[in-house]
Design a protein around this ligand. Structure first.
Ligand SMILES: Cc1cc2nc3c(=O)[nH]c(=O)nc-3n(C[C@H](O)[C@H](O)[C@H](O)COP(=O)(O)OP(=O)(O)OC[C@H]3O[C@@H](n4cnc5c(N)ncnc54)[C@H](O)[C@@H]3O)c2cc1C
Length: 380
């Protein structure tokens, strides 16, 4: 053990512990990070999950939105975060609702096919115009001391947005603004991920929703190349570069708030003292801690990560681009006149949701499921 006293001891080397360690060490503090597992990253880790497939995929947490660009710059992180073309695909009857970030006409056609009109598409555009405004206004405040209601309302600067996103239950607002149940479900996904909150009554759902639409001022949910483990490996590297000490396989057993003593076990028991101790995990730490989990909503989600060269066949009819002019370009003509366009795509090569070839084998493909959040350009 190099030293017996640290300015700060951090329990847990998930992304929050690592960011804190990097900033504190950068500010000249002596920092010790203690991680129970044999590796850093917490829920943000990668794995080569499939034998014979040389791709590192996120094991749990898998998309990045709430990591501010400022932190990436401050800590000099080298990350490759890729924007997804397809926000979501939600099967509905014999078709499905496809939100294509790069093709407004295709998205509009999909809305029309699923909802039978243009009402919900217009509502969608108005609604997400409003969340985009809120994202731009609120995201910068996430790195500042938390503001009170009045101060945040001033930051938002839009009474309708404040009322509909912060004050009224989000389920009520979505019911009012959208007519189609599939569209309502896609919008509300962001209010439900990770909670059992009742969207009709519980403002916890609003909080969940807001976290999903304001990340870094855009609300984009990007795919980290190399999986989330690539992000936390960079964070750990930054923390070490600035002088933080990270010990894995070291479980914090207790923290004594009176003496600042932190007891941990890495095969043998040790104690160090700390000016401050920050547990980034559920409290294991203080003497007298009951170890009981806090009551509240349980996480209902289940997720799966795929690695494939194309999207499995889905039931949305193949897309035929509209003619742009009386004399279409050769490529448009070829696309619209090809008899193969009308055939159902073979399994594993769905034309409707096929990701760009360049990224198909490098990152998980967009999900074909109702869990996709479905916003234009920002989903997880
Ligand atoms: C299935 C799933 C998918 C998710 N998807 C996303 C997503 O796509 N994007 C997103 O932004 N968020 C996602 N989240 C949420 C995200 O994973 C968490 O918000 C994030 O991991 C929290 O980071 P953290 O550093 O606070 O804690 P954690 O990642 O939980 O890290 C805590 C660390 O503390 C360690 N630890 C625990 N007890 C002790 C102890 N006594 N002593 C020492 N170490 C200890 C743990 O081993 C762990 O490494 C997802 C969560 C889940 C469960």
């Amino acid at each position: 053990m190099p030293r017996s006293h640290y300015d700060v001891v951090i329990a847990g080397a998930g992304h929050n512990g690592l960011v804190a360690a990097a900033y504190l060490a950068r500010a000249g503090r002596s920092v010790l990070v203690l991680e129970r597992l044999g590796h850093v990253g917490g829920l943000a880790v990668s794995a080569r999950a499939f034998p014979g497939v040389d791709a590192r995929l996120s094991r749990y947490s898998y998309l990045v939105s709430l990591l501010p660009t400022k932190i990436v710059k401050d800590l000099g992180l080298r990350l490759d975060l890729r924007r997804r073309r397809f926000a979501s695909y939600t099967p509905a009857g014999d078709t499905g609702l496809l939100v294509d970030n790069e093709d407004a006409a295709r998205t509009a056609a999909s809305f029309e096919a699923v909802t039978g009109g243009r009402h919900d598409l217009a509502a969608w555009e108005r609604f997400y115009g409003m969340t985009a405004h809120v994202a731009r206004q609120v995201a910068p405040t996430l790195l500042e001391p938390l503001r009170g209601r009045t101060a945040l309302r001033e930051v938002v600067g839009d009474d309708e947005a404040w009322r509909d996103l912060f004050e009224r239950p989000i389920g009520e607002v979505v019911d009012e603004r959208f007519a189609d149940d599939t569209v309502r479900g896609v919008v509300l996904t962001d209010a439900l991920i990770g909670t059992f909150a009742d969207t009709a009554t519980d403002l916890l759902a609003n909080r969940c929703f807001l976290y999903h639409v304001i990340g870094d001022g855009t609300g984009d949910w990007n795919v980290p190349v190399g999986g989330m483990g690539a992000v936390t490996a960079e964070l750990a590297e930054a923390a070490r570069r600035h002088g933080a000490e990270i010990r894995t396989g070291a479980e914090v057993l207790a923290v004594d708030p009176d003496t600042g003593e932190v007891t941990f076990d890495d095969g043998a028991q040790h104690a160090v003292t700390a000016g401050r101790c920050w547990p980034t995990c559920r409290p294991p730490c203080s003497p007298g801690c009951s170890g009981r989990r806090p009551s509240g909503p349980r996480a209902p989600s289940s997720k799966s990560t795929w690695c494939c060269r194309g999207c499995p066949g889905c039931r949305t009819p193949p897309w035929t681009p509209p003619r742009r002019s009386a004399a279409p370009s050769t490529s448009t003509r070829a696309a619209t006149s090809s008899p193969r366009r009308t055939r159902r795509p073979p399994r594993g090569r769905c034309r409707t949701c096929r990701p760009p070839r360049s990224t198909a084998t490098r990152s998980p493909t967009p999900r074909s499921s109702a869990r996709g959040c479905g916003r234009r350009g920002r989903t997880r």
